[in-house]
Design a protein around this ligand. Sequence first.
Ligand code: SF4
Ligand code: SF4
Length: 223
Amino acid sequence: MITAVQKPFDEISEMVKGHDKLLILGCGSCVTVCMAGGEKEVGILASTLRLFNKQNNISMEIIEDTIERQCDREFFDAVKDKILRADAVLSMACGAGVQFCAEVFEGKRVLPALNTRFYGATEQQGIWSECCAGCGSCVLDKFGGICPIARCSKSLLNGPCGGSQEGKCEVDPENIDCGWQLIYDRMKSLGLLHKLEENEPINDWSTGRDGGPGKIIREDMVL
Ligand code: SF4
Ligand code: SF4
């Protein structure tokens, strides 16, 4: 899933300043799972903003709603009227949802309430970690199911570097495991250590972000 965290409240209150009617719009998918922008978070943010506005004599009508996904056009139908009546939409979706909302309702001010972080998984309640960088050419088969691009701080395909110490990454030894130590340990447990003796060729990064904005066109699905 795509993970995100809420922006600091000061940044949000400054961003929405001057709008008389604000719709806070949640997203029922990834950001609900990572507890950043679902129905519950919409309610909490709306209450906090109302209180802040009251304390600061700011007049602002705040409307709340949440749709299933903000990255799919069809789900906006349910809130179309609310969006059109609002001066601005404070979207609690990931960056893709915010942009798509602004595209669907061209001319409407759409503001981001979240900072989108990464593609990750839920390690345990309240802890999410990055697993994939969307490189467009998956090599997980070669590394025992651990991604060297997302989980090595330097995205090394031939690792580790000289900064790996006691299983920790030199970038932040307190908090970051060395991705290459994880790969080594996994390959060892799978009896596949010999595979790491093969050098990975220079990577073609053009299938990911370095190749410009990505687009997937499935001719068999396009109407
Ligand atoms: S190799 Fe690429 S697609 Fe596969 S998990 Fe890593 S970043 Fe994601
Ligand atoms: S210490 Fe490990 S994770 Fe950190 S950059 Fe070097 S190989 Fe990558």
